[in-house]
Write a protein that binds this ligand. Structure first.
Ligand SMILES: [Zn+2]
Length: 417
């Protein structure tokens, strides 16, 4: 299937964009080619789509379910008990709802950490976007569980061949306080051997750091480093409570940070040291975290919050400028997870969005990136393309009503459980 987008605004130039075989095949002021689908781009700008580097997609089912509560109480007393009623089918419906929301707000990729990975994978496959679906590892306090969890990983990974290249399976050790030393070491070894990404929550709260020091005499980043887990294939999520040595270790490891400002603010988890991340030159990307601690999955919201939070915390309005934040949400995310995407350039994977330049939130025109970071909402995004296929056009995603019905019914069944 091929797509020709005619006379769309790319930076400050009108161009034709030809998409073929999942890639941006040709971009030029004017192209004379035959295409299966032609889009008149005159009222649109073309921008890279968003790459969400940390979420728990099916937690859309718990959106606004237990708000305004401290992290540990929230997990132990509310979220984890409800999750005992989840099934693979439930995760499928929750992930479809997440994918719908993501597509409608310009996201084409998410780094998922949740239960029933095959249910999530089925939803991703159907909805047409990309995802790294990590197998959750949690075994602290149960030493016998380590082997079982790794066996389970092998079983899930064996299904990779049943899905397209848009779905990849990865490792998701939940955090250093929920995963045993043995499993972390095994995970580190297998991820390297099998060339898989790893994502893990790191130094999210002060309590995590205090408990780690008490138990191991090491801070969480030092401890994870001692297990061999950290490396360029690792997305370290949150990273709020770091000292100088932690920053140095992260830098040396080549890991990428997934910064989730809205979740951090909502759970009062702490302040992200944006300027230190920049000073250390650590790759920075953006994540929404799950819909129960956000409560949306919009990368537009996330961009605005990261910029405002960095400025407010540092007292420096030049901190986190719009282009830098936009790059975090797009090209940095794609690069961190090894996708040849995130920019509108010939040869790259055809992931993009078409922005409605006549939308009132984008007027006056001429400051598109600032408008996207500070002013736009999802309604400004008309079309989303992933892997060379249209996932949304004129803001319509196929089967929207049925996806919503399926998720609502799943939630109603879950609370009766
Ligand atoms: Zn998370």
């Amino acid at each position: 299937m091929s797509i020709l987008i005619k006379q769309v605004l790319l930076q400050d130039q009108r161009v034709d964009v030809f998409i073929e075989n999942k890639h941006f095949s040709r971009i030029a002021p004017s192209l004379d080619v035959v295409a299966d689908t032609i889009i008149d781009g005159k009222s649109f700008a073309i921008l890279p789509a968003f790459y969400n580097t940390h979420t728990h997609a099916a937690m859309t089912l718990m959106r606004s379910y237990a708000d305004d509560i401290e992290l540990f109480t929230w997990l132990h007393d509310h979220i984890w008990p409800l999750e005992t009623g989840l099934t693979e089918e439930g995760v499928y419906h929750g992930t479809r709802l997440a994918a719908l929301e993501m597509i409608k707000s310009g996201t084409v990729y998410f780094n998922d950490m949740y239960w029933y990975p095959l249910g999530a994978a089925r939803a991703v496959e159907e909805m047409g976007l990309r995802a790294d679906i990590s197998l959750v590892l949690i075994d602290a306090g149960d030493p016998g569980k380590s082997e079982e969890q790794m066996r389970c990983a092998d079983e899930v990974f064996s299904h990779e061949k049943d899905f397209s290249g848009r779905v990849r399976f990865t490792f998701g050790p939940h955090a250093m306080y929920t995963v045993s030393d043995k499993t972390l070491r095994k995970c580190a070894e297998c991820a390297r051997e099998q060339n898989r990404m790893v994502q893990i929550h790191v130094s999210e709260t002060k309590t995590e750091v205090e408990n780690s020091l008490k138990k191991f005499g090491l801070r969480p980043v030092e401890y994870l480093d001692s297990t061999g887990l950290l490396g360029p294939h690792v997305i370290a999520v949150h990273c709020l409570h770091l000292n100088d040595n932690d920053w140095d270790i992260l830098k040396r490891s080549g890991a990428t940070i997934s910064h989730c400002p809205i979740s951090n603010m909502k759970l009062s988890s702490g302040k992200f040291q944006y300027h230190l991340a920049m000073e250390h030159g650590i790759p920075l990307t953006l994540g929404t975290d799950g819909a129960s601690s956000n409560n949306s999955l919009s990368m537009l919201d996330e961009m605005k919050f990261v910029a405002l939070r960095a400025k407010a915390d540092s007292g420096d309005p030049t901190s986190a400028p719009a282009q830098q934040v936009f790059d975090m949400a797009t090209r940095n995310g794609a690069k961190a997870v090894g996708l040849n995407a995130g920019r509108i350039e010939e040869g790259l994977l055809a992931d993009c969005m078409l922005i409605n330049l006549n939308h009132h939130r984008l007027i006056p025109s001429g400051h598109l990136i600032s408008n996207m970071v500070y002013s736009a909402d999802a309604e400004c995004i008309d079309t989303v393309i992933c892997d060379g296929k249209i996932l949304m056009q004129n803001r319509i995603v196929p089967n929207e009503a049925e996806i919503i019905r399926g998720a609502e019914k799943t939630y109603q069944d879950l609370i009766k459980h």
